[in-house]
Design a protein around this ligand. Structure first.
Ligand SMILES: [Zn+2]
Length: 325
């Protein structure tokens, strides 16, 4: 810059400085986390869109094109052995079924997570498996009302709870599709709800004013986490799994299924195949995130592998146990 320009610049910037008053910068007061109490009856707060809440009518609205014979959970068929998993605990969850499957048996399954409130300090949190299941069931029941249903629930200990005989279908997948199946898969594939608190995140919000707080080092929060109480946070290393986008998995952190749950899921699917091999197709064991990828993220990385890998695993195991003669 020549001297001439330098001096012009000096004059201009001098004028500028003298005319402009300094803008007071607001320094935020240090934020103290507010500990809010968790209501006993969960009133569901606003939920970020990318987090799955228990399947509910808003997300998984009913499909008017599907038949509805007005049946309910009291419709018990005569042939119970084929229609109830022998290892299952018969559940008392009262939800409505819609009709018989086309082949009186599901052609496959959809793997879900409940994304329920698994942790609630007042209820004893995850230390109490029964409570955890109750919380899962309660959130399924309250969210789903009589619009959707949970056919199987696999609790954190790996117990399988069965609510309906295997000839009856109900809504669980919402708007969904898969090659070879009709427009919406609920009346073709059985829903398996696996208890997991779903997608996790590095922050949580104050329920009153919406202020966001970062989780403590090494911890993650669920969609319902509203306090810094340890019970409501998840350990990154032992309870969570991160994945990039990979096959069905949508990038992010997930509350992992327990090894017991994965084992129970595998055994249940192998039994369902063996029980009716002509109808149940292992290629139709699908993630909710595969049949409704724009709306759903379950199971994502809650499962320790992608869904294509999982299908291969079930198929390999099935062939090993029941080789074709
Ligand atoms: Zn789902």
């Amino acid at each position: 810059m020549g001297n001439f320009f330098k001096s012009i610049f000096k004059v201009i910037s001098g004028l500028f400085k003298s005319k402009v008053k300094p803008v007071p910068v607001e320094i935020p007061a240090p934020i103290e986390p507010v500990i809010v109490s968790v209501p006993t009856t969960p009133s569901v707060p606003e939920v970020p869109e990318d987090l799955e809440v228990p399947d509910n009518p808003a997300n998984d609205n009913i499909d008017p094109h599907k038949p509805d014979d007005g049946g309910d959970y009291t419709t018990y068929p005569a042939d119970e052995e084929k229609l109830y998993y022998p290892k299952a605990i018969r559940s008392d969850l009262k939800l409505r079924t819609r009709g018989d499957y086309k082949y009186k048996y599901p052609q496959g399954a959809v793997v879900h997570f409940t994304a329920g409130r698994g942790r609630n300090k007042k209820e004893g949190g995850v230390k109490n498996a029964a409570t955890h299941l109750e919380m899962g069931k309660r959130s399924i029941a309250s969210e789903a009302s009589n619009q959707a249903y949970a056919y199987f629930i696999i609790d954190r200990s790996g117990n399988v709870h069965q609510n309906f005989p295997l000839n009856r279908w109900g809504y669980h997948a919402g708007e969904s599709s898969w090659k070879g199946l009709s427009g919406s898969v609920s009346d073709e594939l059985v829903g398996i709800e696996i208890q997991s608190d779903g997608k996790l995140q590095g922050y949580f919000q104050d329920s009153e004013n919406g202020t966001k707080y970062d989780c403590p080092e090494g911890k993650l929060a669920a969609w319902y986490t509203r306090t810094k109480s340890g019970d409501l946070l998840f350990d990154k290393v032992t309870e969570s799994r991160y994945s990039e986008n990979n096959a069905n998995i949508q990038k992010g952190w997930y509350h992992i299924y327990t090894p017991e749950q994965e084992e129970a899921l595998l055994e249940l699917l192998i039994w369902m195949k063996r029980n009716n091999p002509d109808v149940f197709n292992l290629n139709y064991v699908l993630g909710h995130d595969e049949v409704a990828p724009t709306r759903k993220n379950d199971p994502g990385a809650a499962l320790s592998m992608t869904m294509p890998e999982f299908r291969k695993k079930i198929d390999d195991e099935y062939k090993k146990r029941y080789p074709l003669k």
